[in-house]
Design a protein around this ligand. Structure first.
Ligand SMILES: C[S@@+](CC[C@H](N)C(=O)[O-])C[C@H]1O[C@@H](n2cnc3c(N)ncnc32)[C@H](O)[C@@H]1O
Length: 254
C-alpha cells in the first residue's frame, strides 16, 4: 500500500472540497426512486477515512467500511469512537471479499475501483452481489471511463489548521489495446513548515461503459439503473454529453 494512504489526515484535507451532506441526499433520493428494499445497512468499499460515515450515522444508518489500508481504517475507527457510534470496519480487498451479513446498499466513491483486468472486475461484482440484498442498490462514483482516451492532469490546493495540501491527479494512456491507464496522485504537503511529497501510482484497467453494461447485463446478478453527471439525478449521461465530471452509476441487485 502506498505512502499516500498512510496519511489519512492529509488525504482528508485534500478531498475536503466535497459537499458530503449533499452526496448523502443523493443516496437517499436513489433509495426513494430505485431501491426495492428499505435501507438501513450500508457498506462502503475502499472507505478510506470514511467521509460519508458521520453523516450516514447522523441520519440513522448502520455503516460498515472496507479498505486495504490499516492507517485509513484506524483513522476511521477513531472518528467513529468520537461519534460514540457502533461501526464495523473490515480490513479486506474489494476485489475478493466476504461479509457475514447482507447489506441494503453499497457504494464506492472517487474512482476507487482499481482493477487490473476484466477478470478482477467480474470478481468484484460477484463479491458485491454476494453481500447485497436482492433489490438493493450499488452506487459507483467515476470508476467507469467515459473518456475513451483518458489522459491529463488536475491539481488543487486545500488548507486546514495550518496544513497545506496541493494534490495533483494524473492519468496517462499506457496500452489502449488492453485498456490500461496509469493513474497517479501526488500530495505536496506543508505541515507547520515541514515539507513532504506523498505519491501513489497504479496501472489499471480502464472500464469502458460498453464493457460495464455487458458485464451487468450478462452476469444475471444486477440490472443497470442509470448513470448521471456530477451527482445530479437530473443530468442523465447521454448523447452529445458535455464535460463529464464526477459521474455516478447505479445498478440494482436482482
Ligand atoms: C481514493 S481513496 C477513497 C476513500 C474514500 N472512499 C473517499 O471517498 O474519500 C481510495 C481508497 O481505496 C482503498 N483501496 C484501494 N484498493 C483497494 C482494494 N483493492 N481493496 C480495498 N480497498 C482498496 C485505498 O486504501 C483508499 O483508502
Amino acid at each position: 500500500m502506498s505512502a499516500l494512504y498512510e496519511h489519512p489526515r492529509y488525504y482528508e484535507i485534500a478531498f475536503s472540497y466535497r459537499d458530503i451532506p449533499a452526496e448523502v441526499d443523493v443516496f437517499e433520493e436513489c433509495f426513494r426512486r430505485f431501491s426495492k428494499v428499505p435501507v438501513k445497512t450500508i457498506l462502503e468499499l475502499g472507505c478510506g477515512y470514511s467521509p460519508h460515515m458521520p453523516e450516514l450515522i447522523r441520519r440513522g444508518y448502520h455503516y460498515c467500511g472496507l479498505d486495504l489500508s490499516q492507517p485509513m481504517l484506524e483513522y476511521s475507527r477513531q472518528m467513529a469512537a468520537q461519534l460514540e457510534a457502533e461501526v464495523k470496519f473490515i480490513h479486506g480487498d474489494m476485489i475478493h471479499f466476504q461479509h457475514p451479513r447482507k447489506v441494503d446498499f453499497a457504494f464506492i466513491t472517487l474512482d476507487s475501483l482499481c482493477v487490473r483486468n476484466f477478470e478482477e472486475l467480474r470478481h468484484h461484482f460477484d463479491s458485491v452481489a454476494a453481500v447485497l440484498k436482492r433489490g438493493g442498490l450499488y452506487l459507483l462514483e467515476w470508476c467507469i471511463n467515459f473518456d475513451p482516451q483518458p489522459h491529463g492532469e488536475v491539481a488543487w490546493l486545500r488548507e486546514k489548521n495550518s496544513v497545506q495540501v496541493k494534490t495533483t491527479v494524473r492519468w496517462d494512456n499506457m496500452d489502449p489495446s488492453e485498456q490500461l491507464v496509469a493513474g497517479s496522485i501526488e500530495m505536496d504537503v506543508t505541515d507547520k513548515g515541514k515539507h513532504e511529497v506523498l505519491t501513489d501510482r497504479a496501472i489499471r484497467h480502464a472500464i469502458s461503459p460498453r464493457e460495464f453494461l455487458g458485464l451487468i447485463n450478462q452476469g444475471g446478478k444486477f440490472k443497470f439503473v442509470g448513470w448521471w453527471n456530477d451527482w445530479d439525478l437530473e443530468q442523465p449521461l447521454g448523447w452529445a454529453q458535455g464535460r463529464i465530471c464526477r459521474p455516478i452509476t447505479v445498478v440494482k441487485r436482482i
